[in-house]
Design a protein around this ligand. Structure first.
Ligand code: MG
Length: 352
């Protein structure tokens, strides 16, 4: 039986701002872009939320709901620093840490010997250390499986913990609304409600095959979660150094213009899509093209540049192909190298 803690900082960005500027205490505050620049909110504090202000809401609408809202621009470098300080606290308890974002992480404390191995006391100690040392509050969920730990961290928010002990897992899931399951969004939930599926117990009694035929992959996920099956491990992820997309062709290609159009029309949009979330936290340091030839020899051409540049990628492709001396191409990939704190080089790429 595993012991998993999901720690989630309360209104993280905005809490850091209020901590660092006492003038903001007890006022409705949000971090986000200005109304003039058609910005959206990233985070708002709990006072602002009472007015109906929410994350991802356009600033103009938030100001209609809460005219006194104080808007502050984000300071990503500060949030990253605080995030690393939080991580240092986590590391006193376990090395098995999976960050989900700057303010949220799963911790596997199964092997932690502190507090006689009580995950509840460990979670309490983590939250009080964060409060004492960083003057910020966090909430935590404790459960034997991952998704329940995440569901639980939301239940006594802010500044609270919630424990789902192993012998309560079944009854908790029975009474849990399906919309709480990570991966079940608003649209999915409405569809489930139309089928009279609201709680875990409604799904549990159904036939797995029928669920899959009706909901596909989601059907399997729902059934697994509602049956208490979630053996996904905590993934100890290192900082991502690059993002790449690549494609292996069914038949080797020798025509440069075809490779060019695959790069521009297929690979580039996919790379841009994947880059969006990471570029909030990291800048681009370089771009590159990878080519694998029909004889499996591989070459990479890179350029130091701070943006994704289509013409430059096409030029890199041309140079890389030139190295093949007329050999056909079996795989083409493009990537961006992200700037990092220590600038080590590591490649993580996605297979299509
Ligand atoms: Mg949070």
């Amino acid at each position: 039986m595993r012991k998993i803690i999901h720690v989630d900082m309360d209104a993280f960005f905005v809490s850091v701002e209020i901590r660092d500027n006492p003038d903001l205490v007890n006022k409705p505050v949000a971090v986000g872009g200005s109304k003039q620049s058609r910005g959206v909110l990233s985070t708002s504090n709990y006072i602002a939320r009472q007015y109906g202000v929410k994350s991802a809401m356009p600033t103009s609408i938030a100001l209609q709901k809460c005219p006194n809202l104080i808007l502050v621009p984000g300071r990503m470098d500060v949030y990253k620093l605080v995030s690393s300080q939080i991580r240092e606290i986590f590391e006193r308890y376990t090395n098995i840490i999976e960050p989900l974002s700057l303010d949220e992480a799963y911790l596997d404390v199964t092997e932690c010997k502190l507090f006689d191995g009580s995950a509840t006391l460990i979670a309490q100690d983590i939250c009080s250390s964060i409060y004492k040392e960083l003057n910020l509050t966090a909430s935590a969920g404790i459960a034997p499986i991952k998704f329940l730990a995440k569901v639980a961290s939301d239940l006594n928010k802010p500044n609270g913990i919630f424990v789902i002990p192993p012998n309560h897992v079944d009854s908790f899931i029975d009474d849990m609304e399906l919309r709480k399951i990570p991966g079940v969004g608003k649209v999915t939930n409405e569809k489930l409600l139309r089928d009279n599926l609201r709680y875990g117990r409604d799904v549990k009694v159904l036939n797995l095959e029928k669920l899959i035929s009706k909901y596909g992959k989601l059907g399997k996920l729902l059934w697994d979660r509602c049956s208490g099956n979630d053996d996904r491990p905590i993934i100890i992820s290192r900082e991502r150094k690059s993002i790449g997309v690549e494609r292996t062709f069914p038949e080797d290609i020798s025509d440069l213009s075809i490779l060019n159009s695959i790069l521009i029309e297929k690979l580039l949009p996919e790379l841009q899509k994947r880059a969006i979330t990471h570029l909030i936290e990291n800048g681009i340091g370089k771009i590159g093209v990878k080519v694998k030839f029909s004889d499996f020899h591989q070459t990479t051409k890179e350029l130091s540049i701070n943006r994704i540049d289509e013409a430059a990628l096409c030029e890199l492709l041309k140079e890389a192909i030139g190295r093949g001396g007329g050999k056909k191409v079996r795989l083409l990939g493009i990537h961006i190298g992200l700037l990092s704190r220590n600038d080590e080089v590591e490649q993580i790429s996605f297979e299509w």
